[in-house]
Design a protein around this ligand. Structure first.
Ligand code: UDP
Ligand code: MG
Length: 334
């Protein structure tokens, strides 16, 4: 039986990191090679519609190093889409038996890959790097993140605090993840939902190696709400709760109104009326908003649009390794 080296693919989403990646990608690749001696390591960068010359940096890197490949999106589709594209490329074009998703900014320490690969060889299908401490975040961000995760956990039953996108996935897991047809994607949630045997590896988040994060607090809030609604319909239950509470309060006030009327005190209730107006009109608007979010999700799913568009020229770009043939994949599985 022929012995083929296992193939490992690194998937790196890149958005406006032109300066950083010339340094970080070779470092990530070198560390992965060190961690997986005898394996064929390929790095697939997905340029998420960068506006700063990241694409030119990637082209230069790919020209120097045949193991570096990249695809570019026509515009910024978001990190989730970039990860999705990277996984699809890794599967189709490198035939990798394991994929590691890692950020371009070195906040995910590449040294950890040795440990992740060891767990994988010992049988784990998913190896997740989890944060021991959150990185250099301001207090507002920290509180926002903590609130989001506690609500998310309660509503979806998935525990995701300390979780990151830094993960090793066995080929089987990638196939399963890509088979889910949903448009609204939340990589960490999906991997957890799939339920493959998982090992967690703790790490400390390093400060960014350069550049700046592209997430504003508003964009994080939008991201949080989208992920929550794509994973849980519990917010719709809130609408019913509002209704029930409203009914109870309304009932008490109705009895009071009748008693006041009978005692000839009817006009005194003016402020109650105003308060009721304010409270219930805001609850109704909030409820409509929540229901609207789900209608928007249904609408997005119905449109069946692709998750991203790859710039046409980039598919033909740098030469890719031949995908593993059926025999080779059998060897890898053995
Ligand atoms: N990223 C991306 N598309 C985006 C935003 C970010 O592909 O729209 C990439 C970015 O280049 C980096 C990773 O996702 O490799 C994490 O982004 P960032 O460091 O800004 O996020 P944070 O570390 O603050 O979560
Ligand atoms: Mg970062």
């Amino acid at each position: 039986m022929s012995v083929n080296p296992p193939r490992i693919a690194l998937v790196v989403p890149v958005y406006n990191e032109a300066d950083l990646i010339t340094r970080s990608l070779p470092e990530i690749l070198a560390k992965a090679r060190e961690a997986a001696p005898g394996s064929m390591v390929e790095l697939i960068a997905v340029d998420d519609g960068s506006k700063d010359g990241s694409r030119a940096s990637l082209a230069a890197l790919a020209a120097q190093e045949p193991a570096i490949h990249f695809v570019s999106f026509t515009r910024n589709f978001g990190k989730e889409a970039a990860i999705h594209a990277g996984l699809a490329q890794a599967l189709d074009r490198t035939g990798a038996s394991a994929v590691i998703v890692i950020d371009a900014d070195l906040q995910h320490p590449p040294e950890l890959m040795a440990q992740m690969l060891r767990h994988w060889r010992e049988g784990a299908k998913v190896v997740e790097a989890v944060k021991r401490a959150r990185g250099d975040e301001g207090p507002l961000r920290r509180i926002a993140a903590r609130t989001f995760y506690s609500i998310f956990t309660r509503m979806s039953g998935l525990r995701l605090d300390q979780d990151t996108d830094y993960k090793l996935l066995d080929r089987e897991v990638v196939v399963a993840a890509l088979a889910l047809g949903e448009r609204a994607r939340f990589f960490r949630g999906i991997v957890r939902w799939l339920g493959f045997p998982t090992v967690q590896v703790p790490f400390d988040v390093a400060p960014r190696a350069g550049g700046a994060t592209s997430w504003s607090l508003a964009s994080l809030a939008r991201y949080a709400w989208r992920n929550l609604t794509s994973f849980s319909s519990a917010p719709l239950g809130l609408v019913t709760t509002f209704g029930a509470v409203g009914l109870a309060v309304g009932g008490v006030l109705a009895v009071k109104a009748v008693i006041d009327k009978l005692q000839g005190l009817a006009l005194s209730g003016f402020s109650t009326v105003i308060l009721l107006q304010v409270i219930f009109s805001s609850l109704i608007l909030l409820s409509l908003g929540i229901i609207g979010s789900y209608i928007a999700l249904i609408y997005d799913e119905l449109k069946r649009r692709p998750h991203y568009i790859i710039r046409p020229g980039d598919l033909a770009g740098a030469p890719w390794p031949a995908p593993a043939g059926p025999q080779e994949q059998k060897d890898l599985a053995a």
